[in-house]
Write a protein that binds this ligand. Sequence first.
Ligand SMILES: O=C([O-])CC(=O)C(=O)O
Ligand SMILES: [Mg+2]
Length: 231
Amino acid sequence: MDARTIELLKQVSTATVSTQLLSRGLRNTFLHGIRPVTAHRMAGPAFTLRYIPAREDIDVLAVYQDYDHPQRKAVETVPPDHVLVMDCRGQGRAASAGAILATRLQARGVAGLVTDGTLRDTPEIAKLDLPVYAQGASPLTNLAQHHAVDLNVPIGCAEVAVYPGDIMVGDAEGVVCVPQHLAQEVAEAAFEQDQLEAFIQTEIAGGKPLRGTYPPDEATLARYHQHRRSQ
Ligand SMILES: O=C([O-])CC(=O)C(=O)O
Ligand SMILES: [Mg+2]
């Protein structure tokens, strides 16, 4: 993914991105119920980890002695500038990762962490510079409910299809998944829409009515273009 696309997607709002996706026919792109744990904007290609339900005879604490446990392997193999996205089937009774793993992701230059489950050690995670999104907190370690199986396969995350390489965009409202092949055109169009909407909001704040302003008529668009030229 080219650097300009990622830079633009880091600046635009998820609201605008979701509208641009809707205008291209895609309605199910927002990870509903997933909230920011840290307040950092995010954009980067998805690298995925899939969990299935745990089984008591397999998922015991001793499995953590294996450095190649898929959860640990995911943390050590997600490429820098990618977002680690975890499929927990929306189940949050046990956490999908904690502060030590999140800190390792930050140290490796990873672009973010997203789970449709929960995280543990969230007071420590909240202090990181890493963009992190989850449905909430749980102190219980993952294997109490989850069994990590696959790396970098298509997953469901909060009922949204996430294919490896799709661009995960996060802001204060949450996370939108942008299909890889649409990322560049959506980034450019979203940047334009955000600039126009910022102008419209200024006009509305200044007392203009909705009619003629939102959506903008020709006169408002002419004022907008004049404003852009004068910048
Ligand atoms: O058990 C876990 O999920 C890992 C954990 O606490 C951490 O990364 O600090
Ligand atoms: Mg921990």
